[in-house]
Ligand binder design. Structure first.
Ligand code: BGC
Length: 385
């Protein structure tokens, strides 16, 4: 039933995307050439998807602080994971004459009409971390190498299960992807699936549950990523999904070797489910599955230290904020934007993109988060005691 609902939702999403692509296709908006200066003290809008996930607070507040220190006025909004709220937030920025609008989209497609209004009002639009889809109205994109997140997660699992050393298993793995309305989620899964699929083909990895209709050697990224997704990256949803996986497939002591999780919140949901349904699985022993994650959230620091989560992908949002700040200053000074030398296609255009490198974090290098200034030593000590 859930699979059916997801298929319907995915189909509706596609129809919506096609519709928007069709009406967005003819738009040109303001050109993104350099030379148009933004006066000192001008307003810059920053639209974040939600306050309820740790990273967007860091991203939004960090960027705001940096820009204010450079003399800009900043309107910072959080959209409570609601696309309509985000569009209203962006309209409010436009009404307050924002000259540059920075958007981390809740729903990459649904935000299109709002950024088109911003472009029509003469603002520049920067897609922050998540690409804005199916519209001309995005000038630049800054994010971390998207597939690399999945690569780091999958490689960790491959390494831990000894697959490169020729271990034959078969090993049981369950797979999750991120939010179906977030373009990033597809790339994260692609990075991981490209590495895991060969082991499905050789029968070394199997996914015995029918989660998302079942993941098999024949699954493709396109056919699979939205079926195993977790709407809005919610821990509660991941927990429910993992509980049904455990009930249907692992209720009689069956071994679970690994869980591909694309985000620390989802990992937490998975951990909760295992702890409630399979108390015989003990962290720190072979009975506990290898669980990945992303974001180096505080909860992940605690979980990695405790051995419930094995790995996370650290994306230093301070560096992302700096990269975007640099773009903003270059745009404001009418200079050429440098470093945006890659492109991502958003369904309508190739968007010039600046890409940073994510880093794999495990118990062995957990303190790198302190060294990077991502968490203070005092907080780290609290989280790991
Ligand atoms: C971001 C990830 C984050 C996820 C959930 C993605 O778009 O790139 O860093 O874990 O959203 O917030």
């Amino acid at each position: 039933m859930k699979a059916l609902k997801r298929t319907i939702a995915a189909a509706a999403g596609l129809a919506m995307m096609a519709g928007l692509a069709a009406c967005g296709g003819g738009r040109t908006g303001t050109s993104s050439t350099s030379g148009e200066k933004v006066e000192k003290g001008a307003t810059i809008g920053i639209s974040m998807p939600t306050k309820s996930e740790e990273r967007w607070n860091k991203d939004g507040n960090g960027l705001k602080k940096d820009l204010e220190a450079k003399g800009y006025k900043v309107i910072l909004s959080f959209a409570d994971d609601k696309p309509a709220q985000q569009n209203a937030d962006i309209e409010n920025m436009v009404n307050n004459s924002a000259k540059i609008v920075v958007v981390a989209a809740k729903d990459g497609t649904a935000v299109g009409p709002a950024v088109e209004k911003a472009k029509d009002a003469g603002a520049k639009v920067i897609a922050y971390d998540r690409l804005i889809m199916n519209t001309e109205a995005v000038d630049y994109y800054a994010t971390f190498q998207l597939e690399q997140t999945g690569v780091l997660e999958a490689n960790y699992i491959i390494d831990k299960l000894g697959l490169k050393d020729g271990k034959k298993g078969p090993f049981n793995i369950e797979l999750f992807s991120g939010s179906p309305d977030d373009n990033n989620a597809k790339f994260f899964f692609k990075g991981a699936w490209d590495l895991l699929q060969p082991y499905f083909k050789s029968g070394v990895l199997v996914s015995p549950s029918k989660h998302g209709g079942g993941v098999t050697a024949k699954s493709t990224v396109e056919s699979t990523w939205q079926k195993i997704s977790v709407m809005s990256w919610k821990a509660e949803q991941a927990q429910k999904d993992m509980e049904s996986i455990l009930d249907s497939t692992y209720a009689h002591g069956e071994k679970l070797n690994a869980v591909l999780s694309p985000y620390d919140g989802i990992s937490q949901g998975v951990i909760n489910a295992i702890q409630s349904k399979r108390p015989d699985m003990k962290p720190g022993t072979d009975s506990w599955p290898v669980i990945t994650g992303q974001d180096a959230m505080e909860i992940a620091i605690t979980n990695i230290n405790a051995g419930t989560q094995a790995q996370t992908v650290f994306k230093d949002v301070n560096k992302l904020a700096k990269a975007v700040e640099e773009m903003i200053i270059q745009i404001a000074e009418g200079k050429e934007v440098t470093g945006a030398d890659k492109t991502y296609n958003n369904g309508t255009k190739d968007v010039k993109s600046k890409l940073l490198d994510p880093v794999s974090i495990t118990k062995d290098n957990l303190t790198d988060l302190v060294t990077a200034g991502y968490v203070t030593q005092a907080r780290f000590d609290q989280l790991t005691k």
